[in-house]
Design a protein around this ligand. Sequence first.
Ligand SMILES: Cc1ncc(COP(=O)(O)O)c(C=O)c1O
Length: 368
Amino acid sequence: MIPVCEPYISARDIELVNDALTSGWISSAGKYLDLFEERWATYCGMPYGIAVSNGSTALDIAVELLDLKAGDEVIMPTFTIISPAQSVVRAGGRPVLVDSDPETWQMNTDQIEAKITPHTKAILVVHIFGHPADMDPVMKLAEKHGLIVIEDAAEVHGAEYKGQRCGGIGHISTFSFYANKLVTTGEGGMVLTKSKEHADRARSLRNLCFLPNRRFYHENLGYNYRLTNVQAAMGVGQAEHIFETIARKREIALTYSAAFAGIEAIQLPTEMSWAQNVYWVYGIVLGDERKTDAVHVMHKLRNKGIETRPFFLGMHEQPVFHAMGLFCGENYPVSERLSRQGFYIPNGLALTNEQIAEVIAAVKECLA
Ligand SMILES: Cc1ncc(COP(=O)(O)O)c(C=O)c1O
C-alpha cells in the first residue's frame, strides 16, 4: 500500500532531538521552545509565537482570546476539520457558516458580509489543503465592522497570499504540527499574534494560568496545553528545511497535474494568480457527469494498493452539532459536493518517483 502521507525526518532533526534529550530539558522549558517560537513567528511575519500541544488546542486558545459571551458569533467556513468549530462552541459562541468557493475550495468570501450581525465578533478563516483563502476581502470587512480575524493556517505552512505568508495576515493565527503537516513535531501546534496582550494571555492559558510571580495562585482558569522542548527541537530542525519541503510538495503536485490534465470530468487543485499553493494534500474532485462518488473510486484505488482519504464533511452536516440545535436545515451546495466527490491521493515527502508513477497509473486506470 502506498501511504497517503509519510513524514520526512532529517538527520539534523534527529541530531537536535538527541541534543534536547541529552540536555535533560524534556518538558516544557528549554532553549528549543524559545527558538522554535521565535523562528516560526519570524518566518510567518508575526511578532509573537506561543507553542502549544497541537493545532486544536492552539484554536482553543485563539478563540478564548476573543472573550466570547453567550450568543456571540464567529463566521467560518463549513468545509473544515471540526477543530475550529468546536473551539467556538466550547467557548460559548456560535459558529456562523459560509460555503466554499467552487474553484479554490476556500471559504467563499463573497458570502461573509451578509452573515455579519451585531453579535459577530470574529472571522475565522481556515486555509484549506495548502492554498490560501482570499484574505483581502476578509481584512477589509474586519476593519469595517471592527472584527478580529483568526487564520487557521494548519494546512498552509509557507503558503503565500499576495507575497505574504499565511498565518501572518490576520490578528491571530494557529498552526498544527501533526505528522502529516509540512513542518511536524509529531504532535504540536502554535498560536501567533500581533498583540503583546494576546501573547501574554495565550502563554498564561497554555500553562494553567499560573501567575508569573506567584505559583499555585490563580485568577483565571487555564489549560495544560504545553509543547515539550524535545518536540520543539524537532520543529527547529523541520523549519530549517521548509524551503526544500515546499519545493518537493510543489514538484509532486505539478507532476500529478500534468499527468491528469487530459482526464475528463475531474477537478484538480488550482493555484490562483495571487497565491502560492504548498499542496498540503493533492485533492481530486469528480465531476457531476461521472455519476459516481469518491467512496467508489477510493475503493478501486485501495484495491490497486493506493491509500486515499476523503475530503472533510461540512460542519452543517455533523450530527453532533444538529444535536445541539446548530445548522439544522442549512445547505451549502459546494461543500456538500466537495465532501461527496472529493478525495486525496498520496503526496507525502517520503514518496519516491517510482511510487508517484504508480499512483498516476492507478488513478488514470480508475478514472478512465
Ligand atoms: C485546518 C486544521 N485545523 C486544525 C487542525 C487540528 O490540528 P491537530 O490535529 O494538531 O489538533 C487540523 C488538523 O489536521 C487542520 O487541518
